[in-house]
Design a protein around this ligand. Structure first.
Ligand code: ADP
Ligand code: MG
Length: 435
């Protein structure tokens, strides 16, 4: 999906108001009924319906009429809300080129008023292989209030909290600047992912530094869980920076040893293959086995002196609560259980900024039930004369209702809201006054 930030410039205050109304409505609707959007946005003269058409045209919303006429945010719509908030907060003033595409994220350069360039990571949960999506959906089906946007927001919040905590403990990570919705802003790492590096001056030193980080993190009570050549950056001076933290777990996690060993194994394997470092790998699962080479010792999970409490205290300080952790881990475990910290290129991952969009198209009828999953037909939706007519009609009806000539009536495809939502509405309006 392309992030065309030029569109941002042409969006009006009303556009953002309606976009925010859809976001608010998604707290308890997978698809937000147009009438509810109209009531939340509270625009004069049926303006909501006109705006909806515009937002649809720019693919910021997806229209769904399977149960009733309604809308949900697309990732692009969610991106715009997050970017707008960051700009309002003065975090950056412009979005530049895309510098990375991860398994489930897009990374862009952003620029501050003083010219400093930062990195912005937009989490995009749901953009993974069909197998993983399917198993996540099996879980999600039991929790209807979940959607990909919510999970992406949790991923961002978790990543931000871990990055901040690691930074405070002197780990080489990017500086965590700010977080909003599914978006994390951090300092730009001037280096390359290790996977792109063919030669090193001191591969042995780099190897020891990297392995030392895995051990030191465990001593602090943490396991990265995706510690491989795609998530380790190295600069021209061979300085190491770790990135990508949403999947981290505590050393007290029931599979902690397995994740720890897997991270360690990734490093051993990569350095052996890429830089011909010689050491014997510890193939034996048992902690009692006699290992390995004279030069390098395979770190043992059981021998690491772990400090607990790191997660609870410091992460809570960043707003990432125990409940968030629980929610996120339950979802995240589905990846981990699939034995899935396979290096990312095996997922159809990009090395040069091209993402392979296998995925959701594999099962279109499931796709439509999940918020945030992009749909190719969004352009067609804008052209849909039937929908355009309906939106115009709803607009007319709203205008008439506002003038008090006619009571607003509901058509067959309309959603009828049974409960009063006045406090909900006033909360929303408070937030909207900031636009
Ligand atoms: P994912 O969680 O989707 O794997 P990552 O955080 O690993 O995403 O980022 C994907 C790619 O984006 C990285 O391999 C790297 O090339 C680039 N990248 C991520 N964060 C930064 C950063 N702070 N500075 C520079 N490049 C980055
Ligand atoms: Mg990554």
């Amino acid at each position: 999906m392309k992030l065309d930030v030029d569109v941002l410039r042409y969006l009006s205050k009303d556009d953002f108001r309606v976009l925010t109304a859809v976001e608010m409505g998604m707290r308890n609707h997978e698809v937000v009924p147009s009438e509810l959007i109209d009531r939340i946005a509270c625009l004069k003269h049926g303006g909501t319906y006109k705006v909806l058409k515009n937002l649809l045209k720019h693919k910021l919303l997806h229209h769904d009429s399977s149960k009733y006429d309604g809308f949900r945010l697309t990732y692009l719509g969610y991106d715009f809300l997050a970017i707008k908030t960051m700009v309002n907060r003065g975090i950056f003033t412009g979005v530049g080129r895309q510098i990375g595409v991860g398994k489930e994220s897009d990374i862009f350069e952003v620029v501050k008023e003083d010219g400093t360039v930062l990195a912005m990571k937009l989490h995009r949960l749901g953009r993974v292989s069909f197998r993983a999506v399917k198993s996540k959906r099996d879980y999600l089906r039991h929790r209807s209030s979940y959607n990909w946007l919510y999970l992406s927001r949790l991923a961002a919040l978790k990543e931000f909290a871990f990055m901040k905590a690691l930074e405070e403990h002197g780990f080489p990570v990017p500086n965590a600047v700010d977080c909003n919705r599914h978006c994390v802003v951090m300092s730009l790492v001037r280096g390359y992912p290790l996977v792109q590096v063919k030669q090193l001056q001191n591969p042995g030193t780099a190897f020891e530094t990297i392995l030392g980080l895995v051990v030191r993190m465990a001593e602090h009570g943490l396991i990265h869980c995706d510690f491989n050549e795609f998530n380790i950056m190295i600069d021209d001076d061979e300085k190491i920076t770790m990135i990508d933290f949403p999947q981290m777990v505590s050393v007290s996690h029931r599979n902690a040893k397995m994740y720890f060993d897997r991270d360690v194994e990734c490093i051993f394997k990569f350095f052996k293959k890429r830089f011909n470092l010689s050491f014997e790998e510890n193939e034996d699962e048992s902690d009692d086995s006699e290992i390995d080479s004279d030069e390098v010792c395979w770190p043992r999970f059981s021998e690491i002196k772990k400090v607990s409490g790191f997660l609870d205290k410091e992460l809570a300080a960043s707003g990432f609560t125990g409940k968030d952790q629980e929610d996120f881990e339950r979802n995240n475990n589905l990846y981990l259980q699939e034995g899935d910290n396979t290096p990312e290129h095996e997922h159809g991952q990009i090395e040069h900024g091209v993402v392979e969009e296998d995925r959701l198209e594999d099962n279109p009828e499931e796709e439509s039930s999940q918020a945030g999953c992009e749909h190719d037909s969004e352009a067609e939706q804008v052209e849909n004369p039937e929908l355009t007519k309906r939106l115009s009609k709803q607009r007319q009806r709203a205008i008439q209702a506002a003038r008090g000539r006619k009571k607003s009536s509901t058509s067959r495809t309309m959603y009828s809201d049974k409960g009063g939502r006045s406090s909900y509405k006033s909360k929303i309006q408070k937030q909207m006054s900031s636009w």
